[in-house]
Design a protein. Structure first.
Lengths: 549, 223
């Protein structure tokens, strides 16, 4: 009997004290369970739900301090051994290298053995993922935490790569410089900073000619990793690293066009599209190429004269509409007053189907040459046309839809009279973000907005110039998204004061639904000022941000 | 004196003779050349020929006699021009002349030949057998290139009319007529050519209203 009692006691004790990983012995204490280790970023110690430096980051820089306070839930936290690792990571997987005739995974580097990470970035240019592994050496139980979640990891860019808003400025002697601006609201660029005369400081010279446009472009691969800068004298492909000239106009073509007149350039659908002197040239980057633009694409049955406008996004790969138009690009033919599609890798332009009689707007025949064409909400297309004494906003949709003879974007509201918009007939600058319906415009005096989805019939004032000030450029980023919260809510207005010989940059957080300033993300991310105004710039004539074009 | 007699064996001892050497780019060092007008912009080509002497240079001008071997010549006289004499200037070791070869519609379906040779003149005897003549053969015949399958992705199904049009375009633009990807052309290079052809075809059809370019099978040519 005593033996039985002892055995029973021992058995009870075993039940209470057994801390093995057996399912039969699950238990939980104030620290967590004994069957699962949960690792999370500590938002309390980190300073907020958005404070995780790797949450939205697309890039980190050498020398940057990464602080990742972590929480752990586990019954025996004191037993855990921690290992922070960093591994080259791209396209959803750890990168592999050839060793002999085999592909092997790149070995991860251990960068810390603490729960919290406090690390000064010291990595070669590449894309990486950070991993925290926690292991209980007693039971062998382990868990891991990965950051960022992005399939492309976080990039350590090549030296000399400065991210931010690139400003094309006209110098006093009529040439072009590049200046760079970053702000807290832009999130991933390290806060407010102004890189005045950035290009000329880097290279020792300016670019010949007055600024025309700047756009993200390719280095010959499918990566958007260079800038295309056009002036009225030359066009340059500048590598992101150090803005080194890769080539210029004279070696950008198989056959350099007789007339130099670059008007627009967009990289989309693995292709660079360039309009020069009313003709479309292509450079397909997902095929073996010599980084040269093709001869001008032929017209269909008619010759064409393309206006300086190109679509940012013409199709989608995520749940595309069956039998959607699927053009690689669309241009506006000013000679025949029509939109014409260009399909992948063709030698000639094509046409849309004949317009049905009940279409609200006719993409095959506009009443007049538009004053402007811009990329509108959800990748629709806006054309502002003066006709019959009125100024009209025509809205078309060529994106992810079937062509059945009516390419109107919004039913009866595809044609709106915007004659009441202040100064619209003198507008020379336009800006949009395809995330919202509003468009912005300026003739040089003040900046206005109009949203076709609010029911308004007149414009709203966004910015009023000070005495002696003129608007020189307006730009809203995020037309193709940038993958981070503020990538579709910021707009910049550039002004020039001739008396002071000084440029000003005004940054607004905008609501692109209403076309008015709105502070939502700014306060959340510790950037409450709206607008943010900086001065001392050159005369800003064009802007772009390559990560959120 | 004995030394001088021994050295004499190293010098040419025969009477002066003359041999023919054609343009090396065309003959590749042989006694014949073949030429296709499909890769020439003009309808006439000048072939350079050197009448090279065998023996010492002279202190006076000398004359080479050139004749046509009619038995080995199938080209009609309208398709070529050959000088009957060539001068070797004093102090020179050769005289240079040009043979003109001409294109004609008949050459799109057959090749023709011209056989020229040196003849005895007052100044020269005929040169060595291997080089006393030059055979020239030319045509304007289109032949489907062996690599067409490798470029069909760009240019579509082959036809003689289409290929001739492409060659004419390339020649007019001063581009290389070799479209073989194995020669180093990449996708973008060929795509660019395709666009060039499309543009030039538009111009051709616009210049021939009602008669767009149609191939030998009755199919409209497209790019």
């Amino acid at each position: 009997m005593i033996m039985s009692a002892l055995a029973a006691t021992a058995a009870l004790t075993a039940c209470v004290d057994d801390d093995s990983n057996s399912v039969l012995n699950d238990f939980e204490n104030e620290f967590g369970t004994n069957t699962k280790i949960e690792l999370e970023y500590d938002t309390v110690r980190g300073g907020g739900s958005q404070s995780n430096p790797l949450l939205y980051a697309s890039a980190i820089t050498v020398g940057q301090r990464l602080q990742m306070p972590m929480t752990v839930k586990y019954a025996y936290p004191e037993r855990l051994k921690y290992t922070w690792m960093v591994v080259p990571y791209k396209d959803g997987k750890v990168q592999q290298v050839q060793v002999g005739n085999k592909l092997v995974y790149v070995q991860a580097d251990t960068i810390a053995n603490t729960r919290d990470l406090d690390y000064v970035v010291d990595l070669a240019p590449d894309r990486y993922r950070f991993i925290l592994v926690a292991e209980d050496p007693v039971t062998g139980l382990s868990a891991s935490y990965h950051a960022p979640n992005s399939n492309q990891g976080v990039e350590v860019p090549q030296e000399g790569v400065q991210g931010g808003l690139y400003l094309l400025t006209e110098t006093a002697d009529g040439n072009t410089d590049i200046e760079v601006f970053t702000s807290d609201l832009m999130l991933i660029y390290g806060g407010l900073a102004e890189y005045k005369k950035y290009y000329s400081t880097l290279t020792g010279h300016t670019l010949e000619g007055k600024p025309r446009f700047i756009r993200g472009c390719s280095d010959g691969s499918t990566a958007k990793s260079a800038y295309m800068v056009a002036t009225d004298k030359n066009m340059y492909r500048l590598n992101m690293a150090g803005l080194v000239t890769m080539n210029d106009w004279n070696n950008m073509f198989y056959e350099t066009p007789a007339t130099y007149n670059p008007q627009a350039m967009v990289m989309t659908n693995s292709c660079e599209f360039l309009i020069n002197d009313g003709r479309l040239h292509t450079l397909y980057l997902d095929k073996a190429n010599s980084r040269k633009y093709s001869a001008a694409v032929a017209g269909d049955s008619k010759d064409y004269e393309a206006m300086p406008w190109l679509m940012f996004t013409t199709k989608t790969t995520w749940r595309p509409t069956p039998n959607a138009i699927d053009a690689d690009q669309v241009v506006f033919d000013a000679k025949n007053l029509r939109f014409v599609p260009y399909f992948a890798r063709k030698t000639s332009m094509s046409t849309f189907l004949s317009t049905s009689g009940d279409a609200v707007v006719d993409a095959n025949k506009l009443p007049a040459k538009p004053m402007a064409i811009v990329n509108g909400v959800n990748n629709s297309t806006y054309a502002i046309v003066k006709t019959d004494g009125a100024t009209m906003l025509y809205r078309y949709n060529f994106y992810n839809r079937v062509d059945e003879g009516d390419l109107s974007a919004d039913g009866a509201r595809s044609a709106l009279d915007i004659s009441a918009c202040t100064d619209i007939n003198n507008a020379t600058m336009f800006a949009t973000c395809t995330v919202g319906p509003a468009f912005y415009y300026s003739s040089g005096k003040n900046v206005y907005s109009f949203s076709p989805q609010t029911g308004q019939t007149a414009s709203q004032t966004v910015y009023t110039c000070e005495p002696g000030e003129e608007v020189t450029c307006i730009y809203a980023w995020g037309s193709m998204g940038g993958g981070f919260p503020t990538s579709s809510v910021i707009m910049w207005i550039a002004t020039w004061n001739a008396g002071k010989q000084e440029g000003k940059l005004i940054q607004y957080e905008m609501d692109h639904n209403t076309g008015l300033p709105n502070s939502m993300w700014g306060p959340m991310f510790g950037a409450p000022d709206n607008p943010v105004i900086t001065t001392g710039w050159g005369k800003i004539k064009a802007m772009t941000n390559i990560d959120a074009e | 004196m004995l030394s001088a007699c021994e050295n004499d064996k190293f010098y040419y001892q025969d009477k002066p003779r003359v041999r023919l050497v054609g343009d090396e780019h065309l003959t590749l060092g042989t006694d014949s050349l073949e030429l296709s007008f499909t890769t020439y912009a003009a309808d006439e080509v000048q072939v350079k020929v050197d009448a090279c002497i065998m023996g010492s240079v002279a202190g006076h001008d000398r004359t080479v006699s050139i004749e046509i071997d009619e038995a080995r010549t199938t080209a009609s006289p309208t398709l070529y021009s050959v000088p009957s004499t060539v001068m070797v200037p004093a102090g020179e070791n050769k005289g240079t002349f040009f043979v003109t070869l001409r294109n004609a519609a008949e050459l799109q379906s057959r090749a023709v030949t011209l056989y020229i040779k040196t003849n005895v003149s007052d100044d020269f005897a005929v040169g060595v057998n291997e080089e006393n003549h030059l055979l020239m053969r030319w045509s304007d015949i289109i032949v489907r290139p062996l690599y067409w399958a490798d470029i069909e992705e760009h240019f579509g199904a082959y036809s003689n009319v289409k290929y001739r049009f492409m060659l004419d375009c390339l020649v007019a633009k001063g581009f290389n007529t070799n479209l073989d990807p194995a020669a180093g052309l990449n996708w973008a290079d060929l795509h660019n050519y395709n666009i060039v052809f499309a543009n030039m075809l538009k111009e051709y059809n616009a210049a021939h209203p009602g008669a767009p370019l149609t191939d030998e099978n009755g199919t409209l040519v497209t790019f």
